[in-house]
Write a protein that binds this ligand. Structure first.
Ligand code: C2E
Ligand code: CA
Ligand code: CA
Length: 467
């Protein structure tokens, strides 16, 4: 039957898989029945399975040949829209597979009603659908997507949320499969995006998804083989021209890929919870380092560690910090905590309060980068504000900005808050910060983050120069 349909010539792993399963089953029955079994004895169910697979393959072939034709003949833009239903598995589990099938049929039916003879749709598998359409402006495409969303908003009172990935064809020579893959990548991104459920394909997705896969496959070995390393970046006092502390920044040194920076992997490991292992490891390394400094008489170089928002969901992390403090016999004031503040965040407020009561020094990271407003200065239990690099660059680019910065510094002083400028790169920045009284700085102008051993040497040199 398969040969008759001409499918053997085409690569279709699914047909082969089902065929092999059926043939294996026949052979097994032949063995069990101890004899010969005629091929005609394929059960009705098996025959139906094969029929369904063949029908689907035929539909996909038809769909692709229609799309191919459209790509050749259309003078307008062409968009590949792939979407699926968020939490479809839960719908299946809750209401049963039959209901799930009805949902899919319902969507197919709606798409059928919406598409004209130059718009094509297909149910690729399970709850994944693809629609290809011509359009002129992005807003028309968005309008079409909204329409799909509207007509499939609910089925029998069950709300259906869809996630859309869009690829707008920029190279018509590309294989259709590749175009589908791009829409699929965008759909994956849309599923993870909490802000928007429609995401357009961008070149960097490919890279992003490869990186994500790489991280997920390699992170366990990375912990076991101690590939995560603590780097330290010095913090300086401009007026005293000396090191007044350091920030611990994680680096992943992979044996083949080399150094991987936190911006590439922190988001991924925050999502899958792996951040706990990494941060706890860095906090312990920082504690060990502080102890090492104390042992040679340097007791005035606090190390700050980054506390991901992920930990703030419960208080487990506080115990981890307290255990480190105890284990290495260090004072809490030497292990400082950097937390990124966002507007009206109760969780952070509570956690910060708890840490404050426990006696830790709290640094508000990335101030001015996003949501933080002057309000947080009113309610905050933070001790030090770290001015974000972008915020500073912005402020320093105009006289008005410089004035705001100057007044912020004096306000922080009056409120008894410490201030530290991050990402300081130039002599002019240092001079301005010095002039307006922001004494503590961190940035490439002074030093880049470095392996902890290197920082240890630098610190020793810095301290001995002062004796
Ligand atoms: P962050 O906490 O704001 O850290 C400062 C970042 O700015 C660091 O990037 C640092 O290398 C970089 N930087 C320092 N001086 C300069 C400068 O003069 N110019 C410029 N352009 N950049 C400068 P890094 O190490 O790549 O870390 C990026 C972010 O990843 C950090 O931002 C932090 O949010 C996160 N991160 C790093 N290490 C850890 C960690 O151990 N745990 C957690 N949870 N997050 C971490
Ligand atoms: Ca930080
Ligand atoms: Ca920062």
């Amino acid at each position: 039957m398969i040969r008759r349909e001409g499918l053997v010539k085409k690569v279709c792993p699914h047909v082969l898989k089902v065929s092999i399963e059926i043939i294996e089953d026949i052979l097994k029955r032949r063995d069990e029945e101890g004899g010969y079994i005629r091929l005609g004895a394929v059960g009705v169910e098996d025959a139906e399975k094969i029929q369904t697979v063949i029908k689907n393959v035929n539909k996909q072939n038809q769909f692709r040949s229609n799309v191919h034709e459209l790509l050749l003949t259309s003078g307008r833009k062409i968009g590949f829209i792939q979407f699926d239903i968020r939490r479809f598995k839960i719908i299946n589990d809750l209401y049963g597979e039959k209901f799930g099938d009805e949902v899919l049929f319902f969507i197919k039916d709606k798409l059928g009603g919406m598409c004209n003879d130059r718009q094509f749709y297909i149910n690729l598998r399970s709850d994944v659908f693809m629609v290809v359409t011509e359009y002129d402006h992005d807003k028309d495409l968005m309008c079409f997507i909204s329409q799909i969303e509207e007509v499939s908003a609910s089925f029998k009172n069950v709300k259906l949320q869809l996630a859309f990935g869009v690829y707008s064809v920029d190279d018509r020579e590309m294989e259709i499969r590749q175009m589908e893959d791009r829409a699929a990548m965008a759909r994956t991104a849309a599923k993870e995006n909490v802000v928007s459920n429609v995401i357009f394909y961008e070149e960097q997705f490919k890279e992003f998804l490869y990186t994500r896969k790489f991280i997920e496959e390699n992170m366990l070995a990375a912990v076991e083989e101690k590939q995560f390393k603590m780097y330290l970046q010095p913090k300086y006092s401009i007026s005293q021209n000396r090191i007044v502390g350091a920030e611990a920044l994680v680096r992943w040194i992979h044996p083949e890929r080399g150094m991987i920076y936190p911006n590439e992997f922190i988001l991924v490991i925050e999502e899958n919870g792996f951040i706990k292992m990494v941060d706890y490891y860095i906090w312990e390394e920082a504690s060990r380092f502080i102890k090492k400094c104390i042992e040679i008489g340097i007791e005035d170089c606090p190390v700050s560690v980054n506390v991901s928002r992920h930990h703030l969901k419960d208080m487990e992390f506080v115990h981890v910090l307290l255990d480190d403090i105890k284990k290495y016999h260090i004072e809490k004031k030497l292990l400082e905590l950097e937390i990124t503040e966002t507007a009206n965040d109760e969780q952070i407020g509570q956690a910060a309060m708890r840490l404050k009561l426990d006696g830790f020094t709290l640094l508000m990271d990335d101030f001015g980068s996003g949501y933080s407003s002057l309000n947080v200065l009113l309610e905050t239990p933070f001790d030090v504000i770290k001015l974000d690099k972008k915020f500073m660059d912005n402020m320093m680019s105009s006289d008005k900005g410089k004035l705001i910065l100057e007044h912020m510094v004096s306000m922080a002083q009056k409120l008894g808050l410490g201030l530290l400028a991050e990402g300081v790169e130039t002599r002019e920045q240092v001079e301005l910060l010095d002039k307006i009284g922001c004494d503590n700085v961190q940035g490439y102008y002074f030093a880049r983050p470095m392996p902890q051993e290197e920082f240890f040497e630098l610190l020793k040199k810095d301290r001995s120069a002062r004796k």
